[in-house]
Design a protein around this ligand. Structure first.
Ligand SMILES: NC(=O)c1ccc[n+]([C@@H]2O[C@H](COP(=O)([O-])OP(=O)(O)OC[C@H]3O[C@@H](n4cnc5c(N)ncnc54)[C@H](OP(=O)(O)O)[C@@H]3O)[C@@H](O)[C@H]2O)c1
Length: 253
């Protein structure tokens, strides 16, 4: 059990609080955004709302959920302590800057939560390794410790697959609906087909084996994949387009 403080009480903080609620942690959130803080206080037993200064003073683990543009103003002068753990979810605030803003705390890590953090099952890439993140979220979510900050930033790029992937799922479901007349059922069917084929583990070549099992020459799967070959090249080009934006330039392997 830990005393957990949130600085910044917006969308992602709210989802992370939901993911932590009911597990015996003492949770304190900053009084910004006041509306979200009040809603959390009303729904999460024992949750306290306090000033940024009080949040940092009260917490063993501080979770930073601010927009990058307010990080300097909001964090400068807060009473961080050596021995305190800090977890930042801010896009665009690097480790070197966090180390300055949160000194004398040194156990500082950056992670990338996504909305499923509220219920569990959210992949959590992190750099550097964070026992605090593992302790708070590791039981319900899989933590992926990565080797450096560049590798972490590349995970932002990988999350962008969600939108084009869902667009393809919807295109397929819309095509199916032309024959079934039932859009809800068609969407549920396409979703369930994909879930059925995705292996539990992505590592040890399981994904490649799943694809291999769908590669019968002349089969519908192999035929459609061949017809969409250029889409994969477009995907790769789109991901490479993030290199400058995510600070991945020059990184080969
Ligand atoms: N949303 C996601 O799914 C997601 C996923 C991964 C990472 N992130 C990252 O998480 C961070 C927050 O994103 P978000 O979507 O949660 O944004 P958001 O909903 O806009 O929340 C930002 C919060 O910061 C508060 N804030 C502003 N100035 C402050 C200050 N001086 N002191 C304390 N709090 C202050 C805001 O309060 P007011 O409303 O009162 O200004 C608001 O509660 C971003 O860096 C984002 O990149 C978000």
């Amino acid at each position: 059990m830990a005393r957990v403080g949130f600085i910044g009480t917006g969308e992602i903080a709210s989802l992370m609080v939901q993911g932590l609620a009911g597990q015996g942690h003492e949770i304190v959130v900053s009084d910004r955004n006041a509306e979200v803080a009040a809603r959390l206080a009303a729904t999460v037993p024992g949750l306290r709302v306090a000033s940024n200064r009080e949040v940092v003073a009260a917490a063993d683990i501080v979770i930073l959920c601010l927009l990058a543009r307010v990080a300097d103003e909001a964090l400068t002068g807060l009473p961080f302590r050596a021995g305190q753990s800090v977890i930042s979810v801010m896009v665009d605030v690097g480790l070197a800057k966090l180390q300055k803003l949160c000194a004398p705390a040194t156990d500082i890590a950056i992670t990338i939560p996504l909305p499923p953090i509220a219920t569990g099952g959210c992949p959590l890439p992190v750099y550097p390794a964070s026992p605090a993140l593992e302790m708070l979220f590791g039981a319900r979510n899989r933590v992926f410790t990565v080797r450096d900050e560049v590798a972490l930033n590349a995970h932002f790029g990988a999350t962008a697959l969600c939108s084009p992937f869902l667009a393809q799922v919807l295109t397929t479901a819309a095509w199916l609906t032309e024959f079934t007349g039932d859009a809800d059922q068609s969407q549920a069917y396409v979703r369930d087909v994909l879930r059925g084929y995705l292996p539990e583990n992505g590592e040890k070549g399981h994904l490649g084996a799943a694809l291999q099992s769908l590669s019968t020459e002349g089969g519908l799967n192999a035929t459609l994949r061949a017809a969409m070959n250029e889409a994969n090249a477009d995907l790769r080009a789109g991901l490479d387009g993030f290199r400058g934006r995510l600070g991945l330039e020059g990184k080969k392997t």
